[in-house]
Design a binder for this molecule. Structure first.
Ligand code: ADP
Length: 357
């Protein structure tokens, strides 16, 4: 853009002020955004180059202004840099840094038009690493979860087929078999919920609302989602009168996962106790079981995505390794913290601390 451009004599002072304000606004926005922003003229020469673009590619603004954008374009790109960019979806593109190294980015471009004439381009780009991470997560998620989905599906199929082909069994064991089918269908639906939650964890859109609610109510709802045998795993709530602050649906997810694990990792049965204490600022909830426990060398990793203890009794209980990852993310989204104490063969306690606000 030509800085020596003269303005028409009849341009009013007010209009000029407006234009300068818009220019300042545009330049301010371009400087503070996290994406690299490059403004090109109609011949694709660089007119503006923001601070993020300097950071991502290493070139200084003064060194690149006036040079062809093509010079920033890495040789590994197929074809014309702008061929696929004038569309809403971002495209992958490879730029180059000061020493010619490839910098993979995800870019969007917009044509700057006056009437039908293209007067320039705006190109915004972000480093592509994060996108790769998310794609890798999605792939892992699909393979782990599809494996997990197969178990309940196989059980549903086996139980319904058995009932259909055995009229005598249908008469005598119908309710029992249908209960298993229902249980497995619930398990499927929880797995799907977890998958959806994980994608929200990744995009950090976790909490919809925040209210102060009775912990008892949250736990009752979490228990309602759980299929367990109260005779083998009596669950005692020592939580009456305690309040907790957060998104009630996400709080239910936290305690449903912890309670589910407490039951699942106590294969020989055993009591599960939930106790809670409240101060003016914080609610602390302990979920304790008398199950198989977690060996010390695994403890640092149990909140990691897909991490499972793949030995002994823990390996026999199925799972995706997503539960505690989700719990951890949800607790942190509430501004809280989670801790674990465990003794192999004796049991495990999870402590959830949530701020009361
Ligand atoms: P999973 O789907 O495998 O249950 P989680 O993320 O919920 O995944 O848990 C991660 C691992 O931590 C589990 O595989 C299990 O080995 C261990 N773990 C979690 N909770 C308990 C518990 N209450 N008792 C013993 N081990 C547990």
């Amino acid at each position: 853009m030509d800085s020596s451009r003269t303005f028409p004599a009849d341009l009013s002072r007010e209009l000029l002020d407006d234009l300068l304000a818009y220019k300042a606004l545009f330049e301010g926005v371009a400087e503070i955004v996290g994406d690299g922003v490059v403004h090109l003229d109609e011949r694709c020469r660089i007119v503006r180059f923001n601070a993020a673009a300097e950071r991502l590619l290493g070139f200084s603004k003064s060194g690149v202004i006036g040079t062809p954008f093509e010079d920033l374009y890495h040789a590994s790109n197929p074809g014309d840099p702008f061929a696929g960019t004038a569309q809403a979806n971002p495209v992958r593109m490879v730029l180059r840094d000061t020493v010619g190294e490839a910098v993979p980015v995800l870019a969007r471009a917009a044509a700057l038009k006056r009437g039908d004439t293209v007067e320039g381009w705006l190109l915004a780009f972000a480093a592509n690493r994060r996108v790769d991470e998310i794609e890798q997560l999605k792939n892992e998620l699909v393979s782990t979860v599809s494996h997990e989905l197969k178990t309940p599906l196989a059980a549903i199929k086996a139980y319904t087929a058995t009932l259909r082909h055995n009229p005598a069994l249908y008469e005598s064991h119908r309710d029992e078999f249908l209960a298993v089918v229902e249980q497995q269908a619930d398990r499927l639906s929880r797995l799907v919920d977890d998958m959806l939650l994980v994608t929200r964890v990744e995009t950090a859109q976790l909490l919809k609302r925040r209210t102060v609610v009775a912990l008892d109510g949250v736990l009752e709802r979490a228990l309602g989602d759980l299929s367990y045998d109260p005779a083998a795993h009596p669950i005692e709530l020592r939580t009456s009168g305690v309040s907790v602050s957060g998104d009630p649906d996400r709080l239910r997810d936290i305690f449903r996962n912890l309670l589910e694990n407490a039951v699942k990792y106590s294969p020989a049965g055993g009591a599960v106790t939930v106790s809670a204490a409240q101060t003016a600022e914080t609610t602390t909830v302990e979920v304790r079981d008398n199950g198989i426990g977690i060996p010390e060398d695994h403890l640092p990793y149990i909140f990691d995505r897909f991490y499972r203890v793949e030995s002994g009794a823990a390996a026999e209980a199925g799972g995706s390794g997503l539960g505690l990852y989700i719990v951890h993310a949800l607790v942190r989204a509430h501004g809280g913290a989670i801790d674990v104490r465990s003794e192999p063969g004796k049991g495990t306690s999870f402590f959830v601390r949530l701020p009361l606000r």
